[in-house]
Design a binder for this molecule. Structure first.
Ligand code: ADP
Ligand code: DP6
Ligand code: CO
Length: 318
C-alpha cells in the first residue's frame, strides 16, 4: 500500500442549485443540480494512516476538529472494510465555510485521496457517490467544466457525471464580501429552507430550469445561462427568508452588488448573479466582457476583493 496519497479538486458553483435533502443521512437531494467547476479555487488533501488514537485533520496547517471528516471515514469503513485511523493534511485555496464551496472541493479531494490510499477502483460514479456522502456539492467537484448531479432516489442512483467537458467562455467574477466562517452551515440552512411554504414550487421550477440550462450550455448561450441561474439562485434565497425560522445569507453589500449587476445588464452588458450559502456574489459574464465589467465593479466597490474564475478541470493526483 502507498504511504501517502495527495489529491486536488476544484470548487464548483451551481447554476442550478442543490438546496434541500430528501434523505439527510445519505445526502439524497430534492433537486438535480448543475454546476461549473472553477479553475481559481481548489483544495489539496493528503492522507496517510496514523497510529494516533483518532482520525486527525490538519487544515491550513492547524489541527482542526475532525468530527465531520471522521464521520465520513467511518462511512467508508462500513462500506469498504476496516482500516486504521487516518491523518488528513489539507490546504484550502478557497475561504473555508464562506459560501465559496470549500465543502465541495475538500470532500472531492478527500474522496479521491482515500480511493488512492485504499487502492479502490477509480470509477467516476462511485467516487461521486462517496463524495456526496461527505457534502452533496462535492459529488460534482470531481469533474471538469460542467457536471450534473442527477438526484436519483437512493444511494446507488444519486451521483454526478460530466455534462459538457468544454470551456464555453463563461466567466465568474467572484466578489469577496466576507471570507469569514458563516454562522449558518449549508447543511442547516437548507434544512430550514425546506419548511418554506413556497419550497415545493421552487423545486418544481428547478426541474424545468435544469432542462433549459442544459440546452443553453450546449448552445453556449451565456445570456440564457445567466438569466436562468440568477432566477434559480434568487429563488433559493427567497426560501430562506420565507421558512419557519427565517434567515438571510445576504448582507447590505451583497444586495448592493446584486443591484449594481442588474444595472450593468440594463446598460447592455452580460452580467448576472448567483449566490450560495454566504454573502459572496459570483457575477456571471463571458470572457469578452469580463475585463470591462471588472473595471466597473472595482470602481463602484473599491473596498471589495474581486477574483476572476473560468472553467476548471477534473480532480487529479499530485
Ligand atoms: P462552504 O460554503 O465553504 O462549502 P459549508 O458549510 O458547506 O461551507 O462547509 C464548510 C465545512 O466543510 C467546514 O466547516 C468543514 O467542516 C468542511 N471543510 C471545509 N474545508 C475542508 C477541508 N479542507 N478538509 C476537511 N473539511 C473541510
Ligand atoms: C448553496 O453541499 O455545502 O452551494 O451536503 O449539507 O454539505 P451539504 O451541503 P453543501 O450545499 C451546497 C449548497 C449550495 C448550492 C450548490 O452547491 O448546489
Ligand atoms: Co458547502
Amino acid at each position: 500500500m502507498k504511504n501517502i496519497v495527495t489529491a486536488r479538486a476544484h470548487t464548483n458553483i451551481a447554476l442550478i442549485k442543490y438546496w434541500g435533502k430528501a434523505d439527510s443521512t445519505l445526502n439524497i437531494p430534492t433537486t438535480s443540480s448543475l454546476s461549473m467547476t472553477l479553475d481559481q479555487f481548489y483544495t489539496t488533501t493528503a492522507v496517510e494512516f496514523t497510529e494516533s488514537p483518532a482520525d486527525r485533520l490538519i487544515l491550513n496547517q492547524q489541527e482542526t476538529d475532525a468530527t465531520r471528516v471522521s464521520q465520513f471515514l467511518m462511512m467508508m469503513r462500513a462500506k469498504y472494510g476496516q482500516f486504521p485511523n487516518v491523518k488528513i493534511t489539507s490546504e484550502n485555496h478557497v475561504p473555508t465555510a464562506a459560501g465559496l464551496a470549500s465543502s465541495a472541493s475538500s470532500f472531492a479531494a478527500l474522496t479521491a485521496a482515500m480511493f488512492g490510499l485504499l487502492e479502490l477502483e477509480k470509477d467516476d460514479a462511485e467516487l461521486s457517490r462517496i463524495a456526496r456522502r461527505g457534502s452533496g456539492s462535492a459529488s460534482r467537484s470531481l469533474f471538469g467544466n460542467f457536471a450534473i448531479w442527477n438526484k436519483g432516489s437512493d444511494d446507488r442512483s444519486s451521483f454526478a457525471e460530466s455534462f459538457y467537458n468544454q470551456d464555453i467562455g463563461l466567466s465568474m467574477i467572484v466578489a469577496e464580501i466576507s471570507s469569514e466562517k458563516k454562522k449558518m452551515s449549508s447543511t442547516k440552512g437548507m434544512q430550514l429552507a425546506q419548511t418554506a411554504p413556497t419550497y415545493g414550487a421552487w423545486v418544481e421550477k428547478s426541474a424545468y430550469q435544469l432542462e433549459e440550462m442544459k440546452s443553453a450550455i450546449l448552445k453556449k448561450d451565456i445570456e440564457k445561462i445567466g438569466l436562468i441561474a440568477q432566477d434559480n439562485a434568487l429563488g433559493m434565497h427567497e426560501q430562506n427568508r420565507r421558512c419557519e425560522a427565517p434567515f438571510d445569507y445576504f448582507t447590505k453589500e451583497t444586495q448592493r452588488v446584486v443591484d449594481f449587476t442588474a444595472q450593468c445588464y440594463r446598460a447592455g452588458l452580460l452580467a448576472f448573479v448567483t449566490i450560495d450559502a454566504g454573502p459572496n456574489v459570483k457575477i456571471i459574464t463571458d470572457h469578452a466582457t469580463e475585463k470591462k465589467l471588472l473595471a466597473k465593479f472595482r470602481a463602484e466597490f473599491p473596498e471589495l476583493t474581486f477574483d476572476v474564475a473560468h472553467a476548471g478541470g477534473a480532480y487529479e493526483y499530485l
